[in-house]
Write a protein that binds this ligand. Structure first.
Ligand code: IPE
Ligand code: IPE
Ligand code: MG
Ligand code: MG
Ligand code: MG
Length: 293
């Protein structure tokens, strides 16, 4: 997947730490089993936590200090996909090559496992003793805003409302920025908070996150059409079946590809002021747009 050893190492650390965080002796075992089913598969790219940790590295911070925050971000992402697959939303029976959580278990368990990951992420952020109280509050502010009405949830509402509708490119872009871009931007901001970035660096990183977040969802739309069932791990063209508003339905396949490449160029240009410090971030950006699935 990622070329540089940094990402392989951090991926292992993220998995290890997530396993530790998910060991809750007094909780019903079913909850950890269900959450673990969605959290731990080779198909989880861990893009958001890896972006967060690469941001800390770019700022010469200590990545260990950001590990809990990175895992909490991945919990929110995982919850959002568990709920996104439910019959009342995208109604997708497969994810990452396996039955979706509500198929492997049942709907109520999937709803509750999602609820659990959402609330537990904030519980763990609040008690992250590696960070100051100020940093914890700021992380909670950033992550809750990105997950809420003017972020991921707002985007999911607009996405469902847009099924079967004809949107302007601006309306479509807004959905993508909210449902996907917000969490990728949060990854950058959270890394910046952990590493106590200067306001100027934080602004640069956050702008890059917005661009790469939009590019990532455009590529997700493209992959919905092209990725093989084996690679994507679920039926292809599920967006078409549901008459989803996507970049492909709006601009055509080549138009969407062009948009993704333009966004990648923009994102790389946004990193330029960081010069040598941004090598890992450049690598993630390239991979996020050129990925095979
Ligand atoms: C899928 O996200 C949903 C989007 C927001 C585009 P990812 O492709 O990052 O999901 P996993 O966790 O790696 O499967
Ligand atoms: C998902 O968008 C965005 C969120 C869950 C916030 P999609 O519905 O396009 O994601 P996939 O294609 O199911 O992974
Ligand atoms: Mg969806
Ligand atoms: Mg979906
Ligand atoms: Mg999709």
């Amino acid at each position: 997947m990622f070329l540089s050893p940094f990402f392989q190492e951090q991926r292992l650390q993220i998995d290890d730490h997530l396993k530790k965080l998910l060991t809750i002796p007094l909780a019903p075992p079913l909850l950890a089993q269900a959450a673990g089913y969605s959290l731990f598969t080779p198909g989880n790219k861990r893009l958001r936590p890896l972006l967060l940790l690469a941001t800390i590295d770019a700022l010469d911070g200590d990545t260990h200090l950001g590990l809990t925050a990175a895992c909490c971000l991945e919990m929110i992402h995982t919850y959002s996909l568990i709920h996104d697959d439910l019959p009342c939303m995208d109604d997708d029976d497969f994810r990452r090559g396996k039955p979706s959580l509500h198929k492997a278990f049942n709907e109520s368990t999937a709803v509750l496992a999602g609820d659990f990951l959402l609330t537990y992420a904030f519980e763990m952020l609040a008690q992250d003793e590696n960070l100051s109280f100020e940093q914890r509050i700021e992380l909670i502010q950033v992550l809750s805003k990105a997950s809420g009405a003017t972020g991921l949830i707002g985007g999911q509402v607009l996405d469902l409302q847009a099924e079967g509708a004809t949107l302007s490119i601006e309306e479509l872009q807004k959905i993508h920025r909210l449902k996907t871009g917000a969490l990728l931007t949060a990854a950058m901001e959270m890394g910046a908070i952990v590493a106590s970035a200067s306001p100027i660096d934080r602004k640069i990183l956050s702008a890059f996150g917005e661009t790469i977040g939009l590019a990532f969802q455009v590529v997700d739309d493209l992959l919905d059409v092209t990725a093989s069932v084996a690679k994507k791990g679920r039926a292809v063209s599920s967006d078409v079946t549901k008459q989803k508003a996507t970049y492909v339905s709006h601009l055509g396949f080549e138009g969407a590809q062009k948009a993704a490449n333009q966004l990648l160029d923009k994102a790389l240009a946004q990193l330029r002021p960081l010069s040598g410090r941004a090598t890992l971030l450049q690598e993630v950006a390239l991979w996020a747009v050129k990925r095979p699935a």
